[in-house]
Design a binder for this molecule. Sequence first.
Ligand code: NI
Ligand code: MN
Length: 230
Amino acid sequence: MRIRYLGHSAFVLEAGGKRVVVDPFLSGNPRCPVKPEELDVDGIVLTHGHADHVGDAVAIAKRTGAIIVAPVELAGYMAGQGAPSVHGMNFGGSRQFDFGHVKMVPAWHSSSLDGPTGPIYLGNPAGFLITMEGVTVYHAGDTSLFGDMELIGRRHRIDVALLPIGDNYTMGPEDAVYAAELIKPRYVIPMHYGTFPVIEQDPNAFARLAEAAGVKCQVLAPGQEWVVPA
Ligand code: NI
Ligand code: MN
């Protein structure tokens, strides 16, 4: 599997000739090197409704016809915004799609979009396990550290865990290292940092903490690609 980081929590996963993008916050992110109209994908996975995760999902879905996979309330909202194909899921549910296998797992956070009179709540936030060509990626979404990460890691062989380290809205670097120790992935990649001043972090400091705890860490710059070692 090839993983391309697009900044913040946005990643393109590519394997077996299929591509899926998770949390495509592109045009609103000054650190993202890719324009939404340059993205060619078969699937779009959304962890929750916040604008820094939904991003350009509807525009990409309309242009490419890619299916949007999301927590069921958010999937319904995306359909209402004009997405041509959506699929709602809920915790513990899994399903085989054209691009790969997806399982929805919990995340401790919130999920809303700004409406004209305040936030519109869009169900619960989630993490997703995405398996393509035998490689499993756990995108934790926005979350705090929680004990059931250990269960997720025991139940599934995780090749790569994508974990937020930005602090303030999610867990910070030290909790993310602890999370990686619970999940026991082959590799951890930090995300959700550096986009805004309030989530400024040094990913290399996180990498040193993770390696000291026995977890291999791959830091990716926005735009950088990495092939998951066999
Ligand atoms: Ni969020
Ligand atoms: Mn966020």
